[in-house]
Ligand binder design. Structure first.
Ligand SMILES: [Zn+2]
Length: 152
């Protein structure tokens, strides 16, 4: 029996915050929102294949490093774009205008960046399973601790 091709590639799946195991189910309950609580509320398990979205206590703790790296990379990208399109000089304030623009840009992107960091993070730990319809997701219950689940 030929393996079923995924509907999404790796990057499309990560960018659209889909479950890394089936690349179908959504990781988050709501659409992107400026309400922090609403924005980061995740489905406990993937609504399509049943993959748990939190695979150990404090699983998403490391995402702050991911979003930090992404933020630095985006700042470098906007600085380069600014340099090419608008130009930079030590004789005027264009650099400071870039700093203002970049701060606003990153703030506006923050709700999406936080979700994208989690999506990227979980994609490094859970592999795509072409037979997700037939296989069961790995049991992670012994790595979880209900009492500690919301302490992060
Ligand atoms: Zn899934």
């Amino acid at each position: 029996m030929p393996e079923k091709k995924p509907n999404r590639g790796y990057f499309a799946s990560v960018l659209s915050c889909r479950c890394p195991r089936c690349r179908e189910g959504k990781l988050f309950e709501n659409t992107v929102s400026i309400s922090l609580k609403k924005n980061l509320r995740m489905n406990n398990v993937c609504p399509v294949c049943g993959q748990p979205t939190e695979i150990e206590v404090g699983f998403y703790y490391g995402t702050s490093y991911v979003s930090y790296v992404l933020t630095v990379a985006l700042s470098v990208a906007t600085l380069l774009a600014w340099w090419v399109i608008i130009g930079l000089s030590v004789n005027d304030n264009r650099f400071f205008f870039w700093m203002g623009f970049n701060a606003v840009f990153l703030l506006a992107l923050q709700p999406w960046l936080m979700r994208f960091s989690r999506s990227l993070w979980i994609s490094w730990f859970i592999k795509y399973d072409p037979n997700w319809e037939r296989n069961q997701p790995a049991d992670v219950s012994e790595r979880m601790n209900a009492e500690q689940a919301n302490n992060w």
